[in-house]
Write a new protein. Structure first.
Length: 295
């Protein structure tokens, strides 16, 4: 039997997405498993496959992706590496973007396009049902009720389970909840980018899982010479890396916070998941919060 010590991500605790879907709170984002500009395949496909398999071995139970990563590359890698999926593994994906080239993105929220996004993600991921599906961005050119309405239809058809939002404000969350139940919210959030703290606190009060993306500030917080003077010293005092301390801080903000750090290297993944074992006092969390608010 695999012990908890062999599956450190499980030490982050469990959250029930939508009150019923259990996942270990420290997950994995897959944007970095693609080429430069989130375009095309990774430089080392074998390493990407190895990383995904290692994540599951380490106790990661939530893998977050999107059809626009590559595009399509990350979803295909997940299926190649992990299908047939282990029991309990949650694959979360997103739709609502089109891609025109490296670092180029355009929001499209027309219902017929979102339906196509879901159908093709199901095919690429080799799933009959996507347990957690996010609207990647709200399209301001399309009524919100139409964008979420087609997701509600797909849920009723059994093709998706829980519905989430990405890059939203509190008012948008509440407007969406008037149409469909919202299980999760993804926003940019990290030790040095705390401007969405109001959405995190709102989600905590409402029991909505909050998935910070870029939780390591696009990798800056993983560097000893990053934008956080003194973080390396504080981490070293805890026998940790700056990235581990930054992730531990996120895990201590609320039991509804589910960080999804991404990386392209298995060695970094193995370091990151050790953050789940770091215990911080309330005073330490408050100090970190105040010291690096929106650096």
């Amino acid at each position: 039997m695999t012990e908890l010590t062999d599956r450190p991500a499980a030490a982050s605790g469990t959250h029930l997405i939508g009150g019923e879907l259990p996942v270990a709170r420290l997950g994995l984002g897959t944007m970095r498993l693609t080429g430069p500009g989130i375009w095309g395949p990774p430089a080392d496909r074998a390493e990407a496959v190895r990383l995904l398999r290692r994540a599951v071995e380490l106790g990661v139970g939530l893998i977050d992706t999107a059809d626009s990563y590559g595009p399509h590359v990350a979803e295909e890698l997940i299926a190649e590496a992990l299908h047939p999926y282990p029991e309990g593994l949650v694959i979360s994906t997103k739709g609502g973007y089109t891609r025109q080239g490296p670092d180029r993105w355009a929001v499209v929220g027309r219902p017929e396009y979102l339906r196509q996004c879901v159908e093709l993600s199901l095919r690429r991921l080799r799933l009959e049902r996507i347990n957690l599906y996010h609207l990647h961005r709200i399209d301001p050119a399309v009524p919100l009720a139409e964008q979420l309405g087609v997701l509600a239809e797909l849920r009723a058809e059994g093709k998706i389970g829980h519905i989430g939002l990405s890059e939203v404000e509190v008012a948008e969350i509440e407007a969406a909840r008037a149409v469909v139940p919202v299980a999760t919210v993804q926003n940019v959030f990290s030790l040095t980018r705390q401007r969405h703290r109001d959405t995190l606190d709102h989600c905590a009060r409402e029991g909505i899982a909050y998935l910070p993306f870029f939780p390591l500030g696009r990798g800056d917080l993983a560097r000893p010479d990053g934008p956080t003077p003194g973080l390396a010293e504080l981490a070293a005092a805890r026998a940790a890396t700056p990235a581990q301390l930054a992730l531990a801080w996120l895990l201590h903000l609320s039991p509804t916070v589910l960080p999804i750090p991404g990386t392209s290297r298995t060695a970094h993944l193995e370091q990151n998941v050790q953050a789940a074992r770091i215990t911080l006092s309330g005073a330490e969390v408050a100090e970190l919060t105040a010291r690096w608010t929106d650096v």
